[in-house]
Design a protein around this ligand. Structure first.
Ligand code: NDP
Ligand code: 2IT
Length: 453
């Protein structure tokens, strides 16, 4: 673990984690996410005893409610299929529950509780009034037709609509849920509720969506890296970058990096990664977007098309570069990957995916004192623009693109400032400490004010 805790604090963290594990058996992702935060928050509560007396951390790690439901649908061959849907409403002390829906075969209660817990602190960091939640289904979108996707989404929403609402819980996209799926989900929600109240975010611009929501997570991630580099008098121009994933977050990370003069040499999906020494320029990125968003093909096709390397079943972290942006999924950087990044001279890593770095890898990055941003700070641009989408829906108007981009940049700068405020340790900024504590303080103060509920 990253911190040199005193034996008393170490024992306290271990005791807290034993209780959490006993209450939530068999949920390793949830344990991992809570432990990362608890390592910083438990010592911090000794500076603010009122949080300890009110048992804020115990209450914050128990979801307000966890809903699970059956989702039945019929595939194109006429077979009846059954999946499990979820919505974890984790904490609404500072605003309505807010967080994405993930459709992936690996989805279970542990994955969604880790994501929901992270979302509480992330949403708090955005400065906007949003609580934390997450949902999804153990549904594999790969190879499904449009019709199958629509029927699944309609069945999912038929149950979910009982639990969501503009002032209660506002879902959005995540892995496997993009504009197409949000459309099918929103269509069914409107049919059932008879209202156009913007209860989902990530909608298309013609039907209530915000400009820049599609781009927001990737753009925000790059803005955050820019802020970190600025603390060392450095910038993005001329930097060689590794990006993993090839979905929504990865695509717009590449777009913004290109726009600011950096060069991206890798992308990946679950089949492996491509290494393009010449850089993935705007034209090649356009081809990727068509491949991934329209044809829904595999990343290896890129290597065949542009004559570069494809490494099947591998991750890109051994490629020499200046900056790294994991944008695929949780635990995609292990200890050996982090050691390779550091040995190759990487100076910064900002997480686009949620919890992409394993705890042992996090230790390596923190020890090396590189510019390292945890997801709850660096990928908060997506949910921030979701917050702006909700605001625009409530006002029945649409802000121009420049206005949303300006606000997104302001939010990322503000998150960076908060991380520095709480994370500074001598001349080093521990962004993990900064993000966890800054996110926690707002929620904890709200919980104190709201009493024991
Ligand atoms: P997409 O579904 O658009 O893309 C996901 C990408 O990650 C695909 O390239 C996918 O490859 C790869 N991937 C997913 N699971 C795995 C896995 N188990 N192993 C290897 N590769 C995998 O999702 P997003 O881009 O929206 O999300 C990516 C990450 O960013 C997630 O961690 C998400 O929680 C996070 N995030 C997303 C936000 C958003 O606004 N969309 C906001 C903040 C964070 P393949 O197609 O082969 O599965
Ligand atoms: O992890 C995340 O922050 C998201 N998937 C976005 C959530 C949202 O409500 O926009």
């Amino acid at each position: 673990m990253a911190l040199n805790l005193s034996p008393e604090r170490r024992a306290e963290v271990d005791r807290f984690m034993r209780g959490l594990i006993r209450r939530n058996p068999g949920e390793p992702e949830f344990h991992q996410a809570v432990r990362e935060a608890a390592e910083y928050l438990i010592p911090f509560t000794h500076e603010r005893p009122e949080y300890r007396h009110a048992r804020i951390l115990e209450r914050l790690t128990e979801p307000d409610r966890a809903i699970s439901f059956r989702v039945c649908w019929t595939d194109d061959a006429g077979n009846v299929r059954t999946n499990r849907g979820y919505r974890i409403q984790f904490n609404n002390a500072i605003g309505p529950y807010k967080g994405g829906l993930r459709f992936h075969k690996s989805v279970n209660a542990s994955v969604l509780k880790f994501l929901g817990f992270e979302q509480i602190l992330k949403n708090s960091l955005t400065t906007l009034p949003m609580g934390g939640g997450k949902g999804g289904a153990n549904f594999n979108p790969k190879g499904k037709s449009d019709g199958e996707m629509m029927r699944f989404c309609q069945s999912f929403m038929t149950e979910l609509h009982h639990y969501i609402g503009q002032t209660t819980d506002v879902p959005a996209g995540d892995i496997g849920v993009g504009t197409r799926e949000i459309g099918y989900l929103y269509g069914q929600y409107m049919r059932l509720s008879g209202t156009f109240d913007g209860v989902l975010t990530g909608k298309g611009a013609a039907w209530g969506g915000s400009l820049v929501r599609t781009e927001a997570t990737g753009y925000g991630l790059v803005y955050f890296m820019k802020e970190m580099l600025r603390t060392r008098g450095d910038g993005l121009r001329g930097k060689t970058c590794l990006v993993s994933g090839a979905g929504n977050v990865a695509q717009y990370t590449v777009e913004k990096l290109n726009g600011l003069g950096a060069k991206v040499v890798t992308l990946s999906d679950s089949s492996g990664f491509v290494y393009d020494k010449d850089g993935i320029d705007a034209e090649k990125l356009g081809w990727i977007m068509e491949l991934k968003n329209e044809r829904r093909g595999r990343i290896g096709e890129y290597a065949a098309k542009f004559g570069c390397e494809f490494h099947a079943g591998k991750r890109p972290w051994g490629v020499p570069a200046d900056l790294a942006f994991p944008c695929a999924t949780q635990n995609e950087i292990g200890r050996a990957d982090a050691e390779a990044l550091v040995a190759n001279g990487v100076i910064g890593l900002a997480e686009g995916a949620n919890m992409p770095t394993e705890p042992e890898a996090m230790d390596v990055l923190l020890k090396a004192k590189i510019l390292y941003a945890p997801a709850k700070a660096s990928n908060a641009g997506g949910v921030a623009v979701s917050g702006f989408e909700r605001t625009q829906n409530s006002m029945f108007l649409s802000w121009p693109r420049a206005e949303v981009e300006r606000r997104l940049q302001e939010v990322m700068k503000e998150i960076h400032r908060k991380c520095v405020r709480y994370g500074r340790q001598g001349d080093f900024v521990n962004y993990v400490r900064g993000a966890n504590i800054a996110g926690f303080v707002k929620v904890a103060d709200a919980m104190l004010a709201l009493g024991v509920v």
